[in-house]
Design a protein around this ligand. Structure first.
Ligand code: GLU
Length: 417
């Protein structure tokens, strides 16, 4: 059961208050950081394939740009609402600060069900949404990217629409594009690569062996699937995976590529020949080394946190653990590598993509992976250092690090006019 957007936003703001308290931030800075700088709400009329017109609601929330242009993905999902997008925008501000890239935080969303829409309907929706945002996005203003149920094709339509309106090719207005139009090597698997680095570093920190470690992954989209593939390549055992229809388990380990072939053929991971079906809820409570929630927010809650038996949770999704669950996990000494660190590999390679576009120069795959790996390791260490210094879990450690960096930027710039 997901939490509501309203609850999600309340939780994100409460966490900010806690961090501000610990850092002894001035009340005015805290007030400043709570409120997004700009919120855009749009009605997006789209001609559907049957000739009818449907009006969708879209959002872009630009939370903070003190450290650089707004940055963050766009999601297409039936549960999108203003509070959810706002919470996710705030998390982006913290995320770009944790990995110390020169961007702020934003998020976009359209309330729709892309699984029930054709490609051409999605194209018209995307182009109309982009046209409506033309004045508030831009290569040095706000740079969108993929998120839940948006992919590189959708990013190409955003680039094309913006470029047509601008009158010049502008690849640097959006990241996560196909490589043919200025996308970066490794962007697609970047979030998963970052998640995998966090699993590797957590194994080292907590004295676990990565080779043969048992891992369960909730969600088999871009993040879940690629993390399964990378961690399998690194010698870990992927024992269970799931998607929105249900999960599968094989204690001897699954072959991620074969599971993906099955999903492509049948529409889901369930009923895979070399595994048994399990419920999503069951996957979360398996006795394993690492649990990677890589679907959507609000999955580990007060209701199931006391049943979690994983040693370490590495959050591929944004906001998968509620604060109530977080407290329970901390009491039970389940380690959590938080979303704003664990899934920051995506926005990090988005930054590399943007730099390549701005410089009109392409980097090679090895260089990107090397830079990404280094930055993730550094951010992991910084976070650990903060959590040790302030005697908190890694979630608060990452948040303290981020809020401190953003607050410093806000203070340096001051308020004008
Ligand atoms: N949607 C991704 C995230 O939540 C990527 C954002 C980006 O690359 O700008 O981090």
């Amino acid at each position: 059961m997901n939490v509501s957007g309203h609850q999600f936003l309340e939780d994100v703001l409460r966490q900010l208050d806690e961090a501000a308290e610990i850092l002894e931030l001035d009340d005015s800075i805290r007030e400043f950081l709570r409120a997004p700088k700009r919120t855009v709400i749009l009605s997006i009329p789209v001609r559907m394939d049957d000739g009818s017109i449907k009006v969708f609601t879209g959002y872009r929330v630009q939370h903070n740009n003190a450290r650089g242009p707004f940055k963050g993905g766009i999601r297409y999902h039936p549960s999108v609402d203003l509070d959810e997008v706002t919470a996710l925008a705030i998390l982006m501000t913290w995320k770009t600060a944790v990995v110390d890239i020169p961007f702020g935080g934003a998020k976009g969303g359209v309330k729709c069900n892309p699984k029930e829409m054709s490609r051409s309907e999605l194209e018209r929706l995307t182009r109309r949404y982009t046209a409506a945002l033309f004045d508030v996005i831009g290569p040095h203003i706000d740079i969108p990217a993929p998120d839940v149920y948006t992919d590189e094709q959708i990013m190409a339509w955003i680039m094309d629409t913006y470029s047509q309106l601008k009158g010049e090719p502008t690849p640097e207005v959006v990241t996560g594009k196909p490589i043919s139009v200025g996308g970066s090597e490794c962007r697609k698997e970047a979030t998963a690569y970052g998640v995998s680095v966090c699993v590797r570093e957590a194994a080292r920190e907590y004295g676990l062996e990565l080779k043969g470690a048992s891992i369960a992954i909730q969600g088999y989209g871009n993040v879940g699937f690629n993390a399964a593939k990378i961690l399998h390549d690194w010698g870990a055992k992927i024992v269970a995976v799931s998607d929105s229809k249900g999960g599968i388990i094989n204690r001897d380990g699954l072959n991620p590529l074969k599971v993906m072939e099955h999903k492509k053929r049948t529409g889901s991971v369930i009923n895979y020949e070399d595994a048994e079906n399990i419920a999503n809820e069951e996957l979360l409570t398996l006795d394993i080394d690492f649990l990677i929630p890589a679907a959507i927010e609000g999955q580990i809650t007060g209701k199931n946190a006391d049943k979690i038996r994983a040693k370490v949770i590495v959050e591929g999704a944004n906001g998968p653990t509620t604060p109530e669950a977080d407290r329970i996990l901390q009491e039970r000494d389940v380690k959590v590598v938080p979303d704003i660190l664990a899934n920051a590999g995506g926005v990090t390679v988005s930054y590399f993509e943007w730099v390549q576009n701005v410089q009109k120069f392409r980097w090679e795959r090895d260089e990107i992976l090397m830079r990404l790996d280094k930055r993730m390791v550094k951010s992991f260490k910084d976070t650990l250092e903060y959590s040790k210094r302030y005697e908190t879990g890694m979630r608060m450690g990452a948040l303290l690090l981020a809020v401190k960096r953003v607050a410093e930027a806000v203070e340096s710039l001051g308020i004008w006019p």
